[in-house]
Design a protein around this ligand. Structure first.
Ligand code: NAI
Length: 467
């Protein structure tokens, strides 16, 4: 290529492909390099989307098995065709990843298949599966290569007995007994999928409760609900050793100061977080600065220490979430062209798509206390909401934390039906620096779950109407 490109994006996950589209919109001549056959990265191929597809399918199964009868709907002969369930999931992936191909064509973005290595500050070498290389020159290079599952010593992934989240989204049969190391987002979502399909699921969590980092009240209620649903939770427990035989895996577990015990299962899913995926990029060779955990260091324009090279998404650390990567990709590209977008990390929502859903934005009550920030709290339970009652989904609450003087909303934590959608209102309110009173005075349609957000905002001032 004679003319250097304006932008070479490495990685076509939600961070990379959205950055490429925004760059093309802004008139930049853009190429996106991706090593996998389909676009969309972890999120679309082996993460968010397939897990949500399986969560939805298995939710319907559980409804048919346990809840339909109370609605006066008789279901008989309910069974699972796991192949059909997986095929449906795969069709959704194919549809959505194909959609990105379409968007690339529409925006005149060139997609190059292969593994990228940075060979100079303005040069990327791409090797395809056959080892044939091509060289691209770009005025700017954006690294958006995401992350891969973290492993723990002594529990190497073999794809059969010791599996990662990718394997756990494509099992061909239902394991009778499944252990999950890590009571975080993946552990709970995939634990829920396989429990609903019939596995006996034990979640082994190192800290004192599931979902560390989330608001304490949310964690306590989530733990109670998941136990009632049949997940076996083992908090404050470490898996220290593993012995694999042909048919089973025996884990040695250590809980606090107590004696060790063992747990024999068919498969163990290790879900203890993710690590940045930078292996093939040649970052050391160029001297790109990284932190001790291997995340690429960037400034608030997402620039690395090497002029012309930027990075966004999981590779730079922070919440490892598709929507965070997307926002960073957009802002990085806009800043390249002199525009002034900004990402507020503390206003990035996080959602766990279990039933009920769990959604959160802003600091936890514990961290406000810890940092000496004053606040007022408003809570409203779904049991007092007419829509939730008519849906038989009354577990959970909305909790809003607000500044006691300005009334500005500091955080919102929700566990309950459609929490993942309800949180959007709180995010918008926080991005707009609104007060709890603003939410409280906003008309919410009735009967809707969104009324719980308004009621929690009223509760900040001690004047919830339906409680
Ligand atoms: P995570 O960080 O959410 O949870 C890992 C859990 O493992 C933590 O609770 C931690 O205390 C525990 N842990 C760590 N080492 C352990 C050990 N040796 N023994 C027992 N427990 C141990 O990570 P997870 O679930 O693997 O997810 C990875 C990333 O993917 C997260 O950043 C998450 O946000 C993202 N993700 C997001 C989803 C969503 O937005 N709905 C869905 C799935 C993943």
């Amino acid at each position: 290529m004679s003319e250097p490109l304006d932008l070479i994006v490495i990685g076509a996950g939600p961070g990379g492909y959205v950055a490429a589209i925004r760059a093309a919109q802004l008139g930049l001549k853009t190429v996106c390099v991706e090593k996998e056959p389909s676009l969309g990265g972890t999120c679309l191929n082996v993460g968010c989307i397939p897990s949500k597809a399986l969560l939805h399918s298995t939710h319907l199964l559980e409804m048919a098995q346990t809840e339909m009868a109370s609605h006066g709907i008789r279901c008989s002969g309910v069974g699972v065709d796991i192949d059909a369930m997986m095929q449906r999931k795969n069709r959704i992936i194919t549809h959505l990843t194909g959609g990105i191909d379409f968007l690339f064509k529409k925006n005149k973005i060139t997609r190059i298949r292969g593994t990228a290595t940075l060979t100079a500050p303005d040069t990327v070498t791409v090797a395809d599966d056959a080892g044939i290389t091509q060289t691209l020159k770009g005025k700017n290079i954006l690294i958006a290569t995401g992350s891969v599952p973290a492993s723990i010593p002594g529990f190497s992934f073999d794809g059969h007995h010791v599996i990662d989240s990718t394997n756990a989204l494509s099992l061909s049969g239902v394991p009778e007994r499944l252990a999950i190391i890590g009571g975080g987002v993946i552990g709970l979502e995939l634990g829920t999928v396989w429990r609903r399909l019939g596995s006996s699921v034990t979640i082994i969590e190192a800290t004192d409760n599931i979902l560390p980092g989330m608001d304490g009240e949310l964690r306590r209620m989530a733990s109670r609900i998941f136990k009632k649903q049949g997940l076996h939770l083992r908090p404050s427990t470490l898996a220290t050793e593993m012995a694999v035989t042909d048919h089973a895996v025996t884990l040695t577990l250590k809980s606090g100061e107590g004696p060790t015990d063992t747990l024999t299962i068919d498969k163990v899913l290790v879900a203890v977080g993710r690590v940045p995926s930078t292996g093939s990029l040649g970052l050391d060779h160029l001297g790109i600065a990284m932190d001790p955990r291997g995340f690429i260091r960037v400034d608030n324009h997402y620039r690395t220490n090497i002029p012309g090279i930027l990075a966004i998404g999981d590779v730079i650390g922070g919440p490892m979430l598709a929507h965070k990567a997307e926002e960073e990709g957009i802002v990085a590209v806009e800043r390249l062209t002199g525009q002034g977008g900004q990402v507020h990390r503390e206003r990035i929502p996080g959602v766990v798509y279990t039933n009920p859903e769990i959604a959160t934005v802003g600091p936890t009550e514990e961290s406000l206390k810890h940092t000496g920030v004053d606040y007022r709290v408003g809570r409203f339970p779904f049991s007092a909401n007419s829509r939730a009652r008519s849906m038989d989904q009354t577990d959970g609450f909305v909790k809003i934390l607000a500044d006691p003087v300005s009334d500005r909303i500091l955080a919102a934590h929700i566990i309950g039906p459609q929490a993942g959608d309800l949180i959007a209102e709180a995010v918008l309110a926080m991005e707009s620096d609104l007060a709890a009173e603003d939410l409280a005075r906003t008309c919410h349609s009735h009967p809707s779950l969104s009324e719980t957000v308004r009621e929690a905002a009223l509760a900040v001032d001690g004047r919830a109407l339906h409680m």
